[in-house]
Write a protein that binds this ligand. Sequence first.
Ligand code: GLN
Length: 284
Amino acid sequence: MPPKILPATTPGQLLRASPLDAIDARVLLAHVLGWQRTELITRASQKLLVDQVVAFHALEERRIAGEPIAQLIEQREFFGLNFRITPAVLIPRPETELLVELALAAIASIDAPRVLDLGTGSGAIAIAIAHQRPDAIITATDRSDAALAIAQWNAHHLLPVDRPGGPLHFAAGDWYKALPQHGRFNVIVSNPPYIAAHDPHLTQGDLRFEPRQALTDQANGLTALHTIIAPASAWLTNDGMLWLEHGYDQAAAVRTQLIAHGFSTVRSVRDLAQIERASGGLKA
Ligand code: GLN
């Protein structure tokens, strides 16, 4: 039996009829068809298969119900790499690329630097660093086994097997408790849950569909940051650096914690939206 073709269903018609944001509709349709987004223009009048139309409408429905695009297409680009994303992990945000840049700057002049990413989620930060610095020796932790499985999948698919720094070390557990022994790192990075429990953003947009334990500390938003900062010095080499992502209004509190725990040259860095998004310091 030849494939069924709905007489007049084309990409152009589906996109014009879609109630979604134009960009969302295009991303979902390109995903369903396995096309580049430009092909939606060049092949706008091509007749589609029934199954393709049905699959697009199914994703359209889920998007209308609020599911994040990254979860619907199971991927999100971060630092030029295409990460697999599921509901088990935080969706990488563009502003988190700042943390990668800060970590890369911190290890720029160190051969085979040792890097620790606490609460790695999809592995985005650790894998982006590993990709830029093939010689870096990298450990990534998460308390969620489901997240670690995704991070491992991403590392396997995005990094060469023969990278000089070796495969990433993944460790399950809460922050430093995941680490097997008292190693020393040249840089520690983390994008921990920093949204306060009562923050209304948790009930809006993509955040409703992301793992709650990746978003909020269930308290005032500063407890995970503090849990990471307090023992950090013991895990850093001399002149090692700690860099943390935090909320738009937390920079001063994080700098205060860093100074209280002996860090020097403490500073905050703004993201592209001019928000103080990451803070860090040097082990004195
Ligand atoms: N940056 C995320 C957001 O505001 C939160 C990520 C986090 O808590 N680490 O949506």
